[in-house]
Design a protein around this ligand. Structure first.
Ligand code: NAD
Length: 340
């Protein structure tokens, strides 16, 4: 047995059984993150063309190898199933899963909300976690609060890096102040090639002047590559529609107009073009104005800063679910729990 298999066999009795929906850049990184944990086991993965399920734990490397060589985890023998309706079919298989991380593209902008509806309709109960980015996408999910609560689902939204880790950091930093004036999030992302994160890059392009979600999702791979050629592989993003704003507003920290998000993505170099940070400015009870800055280490990748928090929130969501707390919560109102 290799280390991963030993871990699966010793931890399967008590571990949180997780599924990863979407097996591109973030989905594969998520599987690798779970492989190192004792408190979680990866039992299900799904992509556009199939799914795989194994009750005592899938081997992350086998899933990744199969996906990259054959195009779908559905080819994984004997645990895979080929289907173009993978999420629905996985839910209907009634395979026990405690929580899913939705590492899916949100293209179109209501796709993740439509996946949440599938879970609601099926009668499945458990924890769902997304790393969704747009304010309008989070608003669609917030509107489903009662349906989620009524169906025994604990839905954790905006639980990646931004929104997610940085929004939670802003929520923590706000505690020093009597009044929060400004939250400024600036991210730097470096990836070796854009094709490892197609959805992320398309969704980023959708924020650029002259583009929107529809036009960006309709772009072919050749068109995306041509656009990146024009910019030397660099995307500069300003005043993005990012759900950190509504999440911080809902948490009562500041109004959404006082939250800004922007960043630089280098699609040809894994080195970050700038250090990701969040600056939280406010006034203390003594009347002093100050700024807290939380900066991520440059060595941490986008995948590390998205998948770590996503599972931290899944663990927190599972504890809430066990206590009968259902509905929808954001990364700004719950502390993620470190997964051992
Ligand atoms: P990707 O393009 O690399 O992979 C997408 C995966 O989803 C593929 O495996 C594809 O087969 C699968 N998929 C597509 N449609 C499907 C369907 N109908 N059913 C089942 N599977 C389906 O995506 P990525 O770059 O890893 O990004 C995933 C998401 O993560 C994006 O929405 C992105 O915006 C988000 N993200 C969030 C943050 C954050 O900090 N919050 C950061 C980066 C990315």
């Amino acid at each position: 047995m290799n280390a991963e298999q030993i871990q699966a066999s010793t931890s399967s009795a008590t571990s949180i059984r997780v599924g990863v929906l979407g097996f591109g850049g973030l989905g594969q990184a998520a599987a690798r993150v779970v492989a190192l944990k004792q408190e979680m086991i990866l039992v299900a993965t799904a992509d556009k063309e199939g799914y795989a399920y194994k009750k005592d734990g899938l081997n992350a490397q086998d899933c990744i190898k199969t996906y990259n060589s054959q195009g779908s985890v559905g080819y994984l023998e004997p645990f895979g199933c080929l289907t173009t309706n993978s999420i629905q079919d996985l839910i209907e298989s009634r395979s026990p899963v405690d929580g899913y991380f939705l590492a899916l593209p949100n293209l179109p902008n209501d796709f993740i909300a439509s996946v949440a509806k599938q879970f609601i309709k099926s009668g499945w109960q458990g924890v769902l976690v997304d790393a969704i980015k747009r304010t309008s996408a989070v608003e669609q999910l917030l509107a489903m609060k009662d349906e989620l609560a009524g169906n025994g689902i604990t839905y954790m939204t905006g639980c990646g890096a931004t929104p997610g880790l940085l929004t939670a950091a802003a929520s923590l930093a706000a505690q020093s102040y009597a009044e929060v004036h400004k939250v400024e999030i600036t991210f730097g992302v470096g990836i070796a090639n854009w094709e490892a994160y197609r959805a992320t890059i398309r969704e980023d392009i959708a924020h650029m002047p002259g583009y929107n979600v529809e036009t960006a999702s309709a772009m072919t791979d050749v068109e995306v590559a041509a656009l990146l050629d024009e910019t030397d592989g660099i995307l500069v993003l300003e005043n993005m529609e990012h759900a950190d704003d509504i999440m911080l507003e809902l948490a009562g920290i500041c109004s959404r107009e006082n939250v800004t998000v922007g960043g630089v993505v280098d699609t040809r170099n894994p080195k970050k073009p700038l250090s990701t940070n969040v600056k939280v400015t406010g006034r203390t009870f003594e009347g002093r104005i100050s700024t807290h800055t939380f900066t991520l280490g440059d060595e941490t990748s986008m995948a590390a800063n998205v998948c770590g928090p996503a599972f931290g929130y899944l663990k927190a969501g599972k504890q809430l679910h066990n206590k009968g707390i259902y509905g929808i919560l954001t990364a700004a109102e719950v502390m993620p729990l470190f997964v051992r």
